[in-house]
Design a protein. Structure first.
Length: 139
Protein backbone atom coordinates (compact mmCIF):
# COMPACT_ATOMS: atom_id res chain seq x y z
CA UNK A 1 0.00 0.00 0.00
CA UNK A 2 1.50 3.37 -0.96
CA UNK A 3 2.51 5.56 1.95
CA UNK A 4 0.04 8.39 1.15
CA UNK A 5 -2.91 5.97 1.16
CA UNK A 6 -1.84 4.53 4.49
CA UNK A 7 -1.53 8.04 5.91
CA UNK A 8 -5.00 8.95 4.57
CA UNK A 9 -6.48 5.78 6.10
CA UNK A 10 -4.94 6.56 9.50
CA UNK A 11 -6.21 10.15 9.30
CA UNK A 12 -9.77 9.06 8.45
CA UNK A 13 -9.76 6.49 11.27
CA UNK A 14 -8.50 9.10 13.72
CA UNK A 15 -11.10 11.68 12.72
CA UNK A 16 -13.89 9.09 12.86
CA UNK A 17 -12.94 8.40 16.47
CA UNK A 18 -13.44 12.09 17.27
CA UNK A 19 -16.97 12.24 15.87
CA UNK A 20 -19.87 12.48 18.25
CA UNK A 21 -23.35 11.24 17.72
CA UNK A 22 -26.43 13.41 17.55
CA UNK A 23 -27.47 15.25 20.70
CA UNK A 24 -29.83 13.24 22.91
CA UNK A 25 -33.52 14.00 22.34
CA UNK A 26 -36.56 13.67 24.57
CA UNK A 27 -39.81 11.95 23.56
CA UNK A 28 -41.04 15.06 21.72
CA UNK A 29 -37.85 15.32 19.66
CA UNK A 30 -36.51 18.35 21.56
CA UNK A 31 -32.93 18.28 22.83
CA UNK A 32 -32.74 16.53 26.19
CA UNK A 33 -31.41 18.90 28.84
CA UNK A 34 -30.35 17.43 32.16
CA UNK A 35 -31.35 19.79 34.97
CA UNK A 36 -31.34 19.18 38.70
CA UNK A 37 -34.92 20.16 39.54
CA UNK A 38 -33.84 21.14 43.06
CA UNK A 39 -31.73 23.93 41.52
CA UNK A 40 -34.48 25.48 39.39
CA UNK A 41 -35.26 28.95 40.76
CA UNK A 42 -38.24 29.48 38.51
CA UNK A 43 -39.72 28.18 35.26
CA UNK A 44 -42.01 29.96 32.86
CA UNK A 45 -42.11 32.18 29.79
CA UNK A 46 -39.47 34.72 28.81
CA UNK A 47 -39.77 37.64 26.42
CA UNK A 48 -37.29 40.26 25.30
CA UNK A 49 -37.05 43.99 24.80
CA UNK A 50 -34.70 46.03 22.65
CA UNK A 51 -34.77 49.04 20.31
CA UNK A 52 -37.67 50.89 21.92
CA UNK A 53 -36.01 50.85 25.34
CA UNK A 54 -32.35 51.15 24.30
CA UNK A 55 -30.71 53.99 26.22
CA UNK A 56 -33.63 54.53 28.60
CA UNK A 57 -33.13 54.26 32.35
CA UNK A 58 -33.75 50.88 33.97
CA UNK A 59 -35.24 50.48 37.44
CA UNK A 60 -31.76 50.39 39.00
CA UNK A 61 -30.84 53.69 37.33
CA UNK A 62 -28.48 52.55 34.60
CA UNK A 63 -29.07 53.04 30.90
CA UNK A 64 -30.58 50.00 29.21
CA UNK A 65 -28.23 48.42 26.68
CA UNK A 66 -30.00 45.94 24.43
CA UNK A 67 -26.59 44.48 23.51
CA UNK A 68 -25.64 43.65 27.11
CA UNK A 69 -26.58 40.40 28.84
CA UNK A 70 -29.16 41.81 31.24
CA UNK A 71 -32.75 41.13 32.24
CA UNK A 72 -35.78 42.39 34.13
CA UNK A 73 -37.27 40.31 36.94
CA UNK A 74 -40.01 41.17 39.42
CA UNK A 75 -38.27 40.14 42.64
CA UNK A 76 -34.63 39.09 42.20
CA UNK A 77 -32.27 41.73 43.67
CA UNK A 78 -30.52 44.09 41.27
CA UNK A 79 -27.09 42.76 40.34
CA UNK A 80 -28.11 39.11 40.76
CA UNK A 81 -26.69 36.87 38.05
CA UNK A 82 -28.92 34.04 36.91
CA UNK A 83 -28.52 31.40 34.21
CA UNK A 84 -31.45 31.33 31.79
CA UNK A 85 -31.86 28.00 30.00
CA UNK A 86 -33.98 27.40 26.91
CA UNK A 87 -34.97 23.72 27.28
CA UNK A 88 -36.23 23.60 23.68
CA UNK A 89 -32.71 23.94 22.26
CA UNK A 90 -30.36 23.56 25.26
CA UNK A 91 -28.98 27.10 24.90
CA UNK A 92 -28.24 29.07 28.06
CA UNK A 93 -26.93 32.48 29.00
CA UNK A 94 -26.01 34.22 32.26
CA UNK A 95 -27.74 37.57 32.69
CA UNK A 96 -27.52 40.30 35.33
CA UNK A 97 -30.80 41.62 36.76
CA UNK A 98 -30.92 45.40 36.30
CA UNK A 99 -34.60 46.15 35.76
CA UNK A 100 -38.10 45.31 37.01
CA UNK A 101 -40.68 43.45 35.00
CA UNK A 102 -41.97 41.78 32.98
CA UNK A 103 -45.37 43.37 33.09
CA UNK A 104 -46.99 41.05 30.56
CA UNK A 105 -49.23 38.34 32.02
CA UNK A 106 -47.62 34.90 32.29
CA UNK A 107 -43.99 35.98 31.82
CA UNK A 108 -41.27 35.51 34.43
CA UNK A 109 -38.34 37.40 32.86
CA UNK A 110 -37.70 40.03 30.19
CA UNK A 111 -34.36 39.58 28.46
CA UNK A 112 -32.18 42.03 26.60
CA UNK A 113 -32.02 41.51 22.84
CA UNK A 114 -28.51 40.03 23.14
CA UNK A 115 -29.63 37.48 25.75
CA UNK A 116 -32.70 36.52 23.71
CA UNK A 117 -30.53 36.07 20.63
CA UNK A 118 -28.19 33.68 22.45
CA UNK A 119 -31.20 31.66 23.60
CA UNK A 120 -32.77 31.53 20.15
CA UNK A 121 -35.85 33.54 21.16
CA UNK A 122 -35.62 36.52 18.80
CA UNK A 123 -37.87 35.19 16.07
CA UNK A 124 -40.69 33.89 18.28
CA UNK A 125 -40.38 36.73 20.79
CA UNK A 126 -41.25 34.48 23.73
CA UNK A 127 -40.27 31.03 24.89
CA UNK A 128 -40.22 28.67 27.83
CA UNK A 129 -37.16 29.00 30.07
CA UNK A 130 -35.72 27.81 33.35
CA UNK A 131 -33.92 30.17 35.75
CA UNK A 132 -30.93 28.51 37.42
CA UNK A 133 -28.34 29.71 39.90
CA UNK A 134 -24.82 30.57 38.75
CA UNK A 135 -21.52 30.11 40.56
CA UNK A 136 -21.42 33.90 40.87
CA UNK A 137 -24.96 34.99 41.75
CA UNK A 138 -23.85 38.04 43.79
CA UNK A 139 -26.41 40.79 44.12
Amino acid sequence: MPRHRLLALVLVATLAGCATGPAPRDASGAPAVAVDEAEVIERGMASWYGDRHHGRRTANGEAFDMNALTAAHRTLPFGTRVRVLNPANGASVVVRINDRGPYAQGRIIDLSRAAAERLGLLREGVGAVLLLPTDDARP
